[in-house]
Design a protein around this ligand. Structure first.
Ligand code: AKG
Length: 386
């Protein structure tokens, strides 16, 4: 069975990629000028992208009032802005699971620093980045298509992922990760991303309150569930490509995680598969794109959708995005609250922990639109064997 190292990337070990038995090197400054892109980057016809797709109807949720009113979810009568936000969120999450948030309280300077340090990281010479190479079966480190790990449908990108823990008793900070893997010179990188991840974690907990309200669940239920989260932060770099109609930056996948908070730079690229067609979410520097992942789909007992999405590339501009993947504390048991169960709505998925689901996506199954169902079937089959 194919093994996946991250959403949308197929991993088959020990296969030689080069036409002449030399491994393929993902060197953006060479590849971005090539008109004959290596065959491994050419996707099958059914996956080939179209740049010219309609724009997705995605609601813009203004969090300003909600964040400034500390009692916004505890009073018996919710303010009209909270009611409006939960209604928009409910409609979007029943349909495709994507919405935008503005007036989110994250400082522009921090977002700008996070983009700036992302450029500095990807501008490093390849051997420097390789010092923090992601190993097969792991979710963190630097990854691109330069190794011989990948076989076909290579994504046109480089990524760098690292862990973030919101636990008071965490053993390592993001700063420690950068210093341990890349050296003390990288402390400023770690400092910026520790701060950025903390901002993303607290924004996700606020979004969890709104998701709870929108589902008719007490607002602290999901918020408490994600306290002390063990999350993942990913930096995505997509170089220009002279054949953008043949390849993909990130292949079609659903996020196995719980909630994704994405910040795109000014270049178009994100597309979501809704109503049988790919639709784009254009960049908005003032907004974060939020989407439901498979684990939240399970927590909501399949009320809310985790939707297929991908990133396309283009021939003129490089593109970057910052993705924070909210995940529960590793040993938390994922099960929907009782408010979402009744005699006509049975449990859709068995209990599981995030650590087992994560391992399943890394070692046994590619992240696609069927990942959660395949995991659920696998759990049920294995449970019945024991
Ligand atoms: O870069 C983007 O717009 C999407 C990235 C994404 O889907 C991912 O990192 O899983």
């Amino acid at each position: 069975m194919a093994v996946i190292t991250s959403p949308g990337e197929e991993y088959k070990p020990n296969l030689d990629l080069g036409n002449h038995h030399t491994p393929l090197i993902f060197n953006p400054s060479v590849l971005n000028l090539q008109y004959n892109i290596p065959i491994q980057f050419i996707w099958p016809d059914e996956d080939k992208p179209s740049i010219d797709v309609p724009e997705l109807d995605v609601p813009l949720i203004d969090l300003g009032n909600f964040l400034s009113d500390i009692d916004s979810t505890s009073s018996s009568s919710l303010s009209s802005s909270v009611l409006e936000a939960t209604s928009l969120i409910s409609t979007a999450c029943n349909k495709h699971g994507f919405f935008l948030v503005v007036n989110h309280g994250v400082s522009e300077a921090l977002i700008s620093d996070a983009h700036d340090y992302m450029s500095r990281f990807f501008d490093l010479p390849l051997p420097e980045k390789q010092r923090v190479l992601r190993k097969p079966g792991e979710s963190c480190g630097y990854a691109s298509s330069f190794t011989s790990r990948f076989y076909t449908k290579l994504p046109w990108k480089e990524t760098f992922s690292f862990p973030f823990s919101d636990s008071k008793n965490r053993s390592k900070t993001v700063q420690d990760y950068f210093c341990d893997t890349l050296g003390h010179g990288f402390e400023p990188f770690g400092k910026v991303y520790q701060e950025y991840c903390e901002a993303m974690s607290s924004l996700s907990l606020k979004v969890m309150e709104l998701l709870g309200l929108s589902l008719g669940v007490r607002p602290d239920y999901f918020r408490d569930f994600f306290e002390e989260n063990d999350s993942i932060m990913r930096l995505n770099y997509y170089p220009p490509c002279q054949k953008p109609d043949l390849t993909l930056g990130t292949g079609p996948h659903c996020d196995p995680t719980s909630l994704t908070i994405l910040h795109q730079d000014h270049v178009n690229g994100l597309q979501v598969f809704v109503e049988n067609q790919w639709q784009s979410i254009p960049p908005n520097p003032k907004a974060f794109v939020v989407n439901i992942g498979d684990t939240f789909m399970a927590l909501s007992n399949k009320r809310y959708k985790s939707c297929l999405h991908r990133a396309v590339v283009n021939s003129e501009s490089e593109r970057k995005s910052l993705a924070f993947f909210l995940c529960p504390k590793k040993d938390r048991v994922v099960k929907p609250p009782r408010e979402l169960l009744d005699s006509i709505t049975p449990r859709r998925y068995p209990d599981f922990t995030w650590s087992v689901f994560l391992e399943f996506t890394q070692k046994h199954y590619r992240a696609d639109m069927n990942t959660l169902q395949a995991f659920s079937d696998w759990l049920t089959t294995n449970a019945s064997k024991t």
